[in-house]
Structures are given as structure tokens and as C-alpha cells.
Design a protein around this ligand. Structure first.
Ligand code: KIV
Ligand code: ZN
Length: 546
């Protein structure tokens, strides 16, 4: 390498260190590369760009956007991400070959802070069976690849694939070669998720101590989760002096995945007393990022996933719910809003106690007398024994059973619909009301529309149809149709759902619509008895209602 280039390179490295603060940890996100390598997690270009934009906004330092030589699609994705991001460095992965490195350099060319990430295996098993190369040949490839990459960009990361199963003396020689050739970041991957925290701490400490020039570079971790230790190992690496962590949103990645970004970041934040490190991540965006990656990859997030799982801030046991209502720190070590999760939820189920049930009723707008409360609580417990999930609507329904409204007596008595190509589709509906039977005829744009128009004519209202869903309960043309209807009254801020099943889809639809309308009416009554349309409250409801 010409002397002038070497001098320029050293000068730049000193002028632009990746991390000035000794305790600042660089977050290198590889969701779009290692994460996308999870079987079935392929993302489209648009999805990758959406994820990259969010990672950039969230404060990720380095986004590894793909493996440019792998396919034209990967090349395009890295190139488009490089053009898009505003703050982060964008890295392209390459093997130790000139063609790979040139493709990576070309793909990241438009980024303000381009990085080439080049790697080669260093463990005996990988060198012998995968690469079929002698250790000296590997050393030469490290020298060649890093030097070539450094001639193209200032920021070069070198990784020792399968580092944790590499002989220590040889790993030291590899790292030294990469540093001498100009690598700015040295990554020590636990490629097969084999190491344990104490061992990994010792490995990073050993390299930092034995290899010359390590003060000039950033050490990095890249831990896989085959033994469920990826996060613990990454943190152990940071404790030993690594200042970059490679991770992915939701921990996706090859096989059991990579260290989960959200867990690494929150461990350092919540346990800053033992991990006194900082990152640039806006943690309030973690839940959003998790949901976006889950939607883009179609990989569900396990319910009990730390930080971002849907149960991460949900409590069901009565003892825990009671504690949470007294003081949230009894059972929560971080606030849901710190990670952008809605709020703590007390899940109503068979383990819930009176305290939580009363709180839930208050949230739903009920203020029951002691007797009415006891009665509702017993019926709630019976229901919870039978039903896996007790939703707000179930609780409303069981309390509303005691609020007898005239609306409840509105039922579908008969329905005839003319459908087919001749039009207009016409529904003739007979409804049962407290005042007797009424028959209405209405036309519509199709038989369902005609049926719903007949109900609207019978009981005029402003609620909007927000959902209409039909499921067949079993297979076959004679299957029961199960229909769900959700109505929303935006002005009153109310919504309600009605469900019904019938072998005739139109009859099930009419029943579901009317059930939703009746329930909406009951909710209106509960909130403001005088506003409901001409109905009256029963004595019990008056006594126990708001
Ligand atoms: O797991 C691994 O070793 C990798 C390297 C390419 C960094 O993903
Ligand atoms: Zn990996």
C-alpha cells in the first residue's frame, strides 16, 4: 500500500472515531441481513426500506442492509437503503473475495457513512471442511480482503466467523492481521451460539490484552441464540470491552436467531448499575420496530417475548394484579411507555381478584353498588372458569344482563331476501319489538346491503358499519355461517360487536347486526340514560348504574 494512503487512513481514523465516549455502545442492527436469513423471513424491497427508515430514526448506529453479491435483489436493497438513511452507517457484507468486496463497496457508495463488512471462517472445523484451506491461506485472505476494502472505504469491519470455536493463538494472529491491514472494527462472532458468558468475557479480554493495536479498533459481538444465551453473551462481551453489539429486532436470524436488540438496549438501561453503558436508541420506538419487523417478515412475536411480547406488561394472577394496583413497581421493572408499549394491562381471567375486577368495571364506566358488584363478580368467575379469554365485551355483557333495556327485546322474527342477477336486491324483514311485530322492506346494493338497510329503516341510527365478517363454522355448503358485525358511533366514542350463527348467511347477518345495535343502545344507556332512543332503565340498572 502506498505510504501516502496509509497516512491518510490513520489520520481519518483518529479524526472520526466511531465512539468517543468510552461507555457508548454502538448498536449494529443486522435485521435486514442476518435477520432476513431466517428461513421464511424474506422481505420485499419496500419492506426493507420501511424497516431501515425506522431503524435510522430510532438511533441505530450501523444498519447492515444485506449481502450485495448474494443476488441482484440484495444488491438493490443495500444500495437503496444506503441512499435512504440519514444518520446511520450502512454496511454491506462480503466474503474474503475481491468480487464480493467490490459489490459491497458499490452498493454502499451513496451512503454518507459507508461500511464494508468482510468475513472469513477461522475455526479448524470451518477451515478444513467448509473453506478447505490451510491457516496460512486464511491469514493471507484476511490481509488481502481488509486491505482491498480499506482502499475503497474508510470504515471496514472484519469478522472471524466461528470465532468462539477458534484456537486462541490463531485467532490472535487473525485479529492482528486484520488490524494491521486497516480494519476499524473487529467482530468476534459466536456463529453457532456455543459460548457461555464467562467464556466470552475471557475471550474478548484475552484478545484485547494479547493483540497489538487493539486500542485503535472497536471490538464487536455477534452472538447467536442456539443455547438461549445470545443476549447474555453479548453483554458479557461488552463488560470485557467490546463497544459494538450486533443484534436484530425481535432476535430474528439464522436458526435460533441473534441477540435481540430490544433486550440488549433495555438491559443496559434498566440495569445501568451493572452495565454502565449507553446507546443512541430511542427506546420508546422499540415496540413499533418489533411490530413492523414482525409484519414485514410474517414472523409472529412470541407472547412472552421480553420487552416486546404482548404479555410483557400483562398481569393475570390476582396477587400480581392487586400488587400492581397498589404500586406498579411491585411487578414491573420498567414502564411500558419506556419501550413504546401501550400500557400495563390487567388481563381478566380466572386468577383475577375483586380489586382488579372493580378497577376494570370502573374503566368500562360501571359504578355498581356492593350487591350488584358481588353478583357481577360471581358471574365473572363462573365465566372465567369456562372461557380462556375474558374480553371487555364479555364483562360488559355479563353486567348488562342486569340492565334490562327494551332494546334487548328487538329480534329478527323473519327475513326474506330476493337476490340474483335481476335486481334490485330486496329484503323483507319482520322484527319483534316490545311494541309488537313490524315488517319493513328495503332495497340495497346486494342482499346483505338490502338486509342492513331494512334494519336501519326499522331502527334509524348514525352508527357506522366498521366490520362485517363471515366465517363458515365447518366445511361444506350446508355449513353454519358465523357472522360478526362491529358498529361504531364516532360521535359518542362507542363501539359494539354482535355475533350470530345460522345456516343462512343472510339471517346470521341480520341477527348479528341487530345484536350489535342492541348492545350499542345498552352502552348509550349506561353512559347517558336520557340520550338513548326512547328506552328506559330497569330499577336494578338505576340503582347500580352511573
Ligand atoms: O454468524 C456469523 O458469524 C455471521 C458473520 C457473517 C458475521 O453472521
Ligand atoms: Zn450471524
Amino acid at each position: 500500500m502506498p505510504e501516502t494512503f496509509r497516512a491518510r487512513r490513520t489520520e481519518r481514523r483518529r479524526a472520526e472515531p466511531m465512539s468517543r465516549d468510552d461507555n457508548r455502545v454502538i448498536i449494529f442492527d443486522t435485521t435486514l441481513r442476518d435477520g432476513e436469513q431466517s428461513p421464511g423471513a424474506t422481505m420485499t424491497l419496500e419492506e426493507k426500506l420501511e424497516v431501515a427508515a425506522l431503524l435510522d430514526e430510532m438511533g441505530v448506529d450501523v444498519i447492515e442492509a444485506g449481502f450485495p453479491i448474494a443476488s441482484p435483489g440484495d444488491f438493490e436493497a443495500v444500495s437503496e437503503v444506503a441512499k435512504l438513511v440519514k444518520r446511520a452507517s450502512v454496511a454491506g457484507l462480503s466474503r474474503a473475495s475481491v468480487k464480493d468486496i467490490d459489490a459491497a463497496a458499490e452498493a454502499v457508495r451513496h451512503c454518507e457513512k459507508p461500511r464494508i463488512h468482510t468475513f472469513i471462517s477461522t475455526s479448524p472445523v470451518h477451515m478444513k471442511y467448509k473453506l478447505k484451506k490451510e491457516p496460512d491461506e486464511v491469514l493471507e485472505l484476511i490481509r488481502m480482503s481488509v486491505t482491498h476494502a480499506r482502499n475503497l472505504v474508510d470504515d471496514v469491519e472484519w469478522s472471524a466467523e466461528d470465532a468462539t470455536r477458534t484456537e486462541h493463538d490463531f485467532l490472535c494472529r487473525c485479529v492482528e492481521t486484520a488490524i494491521k491491514a486497516g480494519a476499524t472494527t473487529i467482530n468476534i462472532p459466536d456463529t453457532v451460539g456455543y459460548t457461555i458468558p464467562e467464556e466470552f468475557t475471557a475471550l474478548i479480554a484475552m484478545l484485547r490484552e494479547r493483540v497489538p493495536g487493539t486500542d485503535e479498533v472497536i471490538f464487536s459481538t455477534h452472538c447467536h441464540n442456539d443455547l438461549g444465551l445470545a443476549v447474555a453473551n453479548s453483554l458479557a462481551g461488552v463488560k470485557a470491552g467490546a463497544r459494538q453489539v450486533e443484534c436484530t429486532i425481535n432476535g430474528i436470524g439464522e436458526r435460533a436467531g441473534n441477540a435481540a436488540l430490544e433486550e440488549i438496549v433495555m438491559a443496559m438501561k434498566v440495569r445501568n448499575d451493572v452495565y454502565p453503558f449507553t446507546t443512541g436508541i430511542d427506546t420508546t420506538m422499540l415496540t413499533r420496530a418489533s411490530r413492523l419487523v414482525s409484519a414485514a417478515t410474517s414472523f409472529p412475536v412470541q407472547y412472552n417475548k421480553a420487552i416486546v411480547g404482548r404479555n410483557a406488561f400483562a398481569h393475570e394472577s390476582g396477587i400480581h394484579q392487586d400488587g400492581m394496583l397498589k404500586h406498579t413497581q411491585t411487578y414491573e421493572i420498567m414502564r411500558p411507555e419506556d419501550v413504546g408499549a401501550g400500557k400495563t394491562s390487567l388481563v381478566m381471567g380466572k386468577h383475577s381478584g375483586r380489586h382488579a375486577f372493580r378497577k376494570k368495571l370502573e374503566e368500562l364506566g360501571y359504578h355498581l353498588s356492593d350487591n350488584a358488584f358481588e353478583d357481577a363478580f360471581q358471574r365473572f368467575k363462573d365465566l372465567a372458569d369456562r372461557k380462556k379469554h375474558v374480553y371487555d365485551e364479555d364483562i360488559e355483557a355479563l353486567v348488562d344482563e342486569n340492565i334490562a333495556t327494551a332494546a334487548d327485546k328487538r329480534r329478527v322474527a323473519a327475513l326474506t331476501v330476493i337476490a340474483g342477477t335481476m335486481g334490485p336486491q330486496t329484503a323483507t324483514l319482520t322484527v319483534e319489538t316490545p311494541e309488537g311485530h313490524r315488517t319493513i322492506q328495503a332495497v340495497g346494493n346486494g342482499p346483505v346491503d338490502a338486509t342492513f338497510n331494512a334494519i336501519k329503516e326499522a331502527f334509524p341510527h348514525d352508527a357506522r358499519l366498521a366490520l362485517y365478517q363471515v366465517h363458515s363454522v365447518t366445511g361444506g355448503t350446508d355449513a353454519q355461517a358465523e357472522v360478526s358485525v362491529r358498529l361504531e358511533d364516532e360521535e359518542a366514542g362507542l363501539s359494539s360487536t354482535g355475533k350470530a350463527a345460522d345456516p343462512d348467511t343472510l339471517v346470521a347477518s341480520a341477527k348479528a347486526y341487530l345484536a350489535a345495535l342492541n348492545r350499542l343502545e345498552a352502552k348509550r344507556l349506561r353512559i347517558s340514560p336520557m340520550n338513548a332512543t326512547g328506552e328506559t332503565l330497569s330499577e336494578e340498572a338505576r340503582r347500580s348504574g352511573p
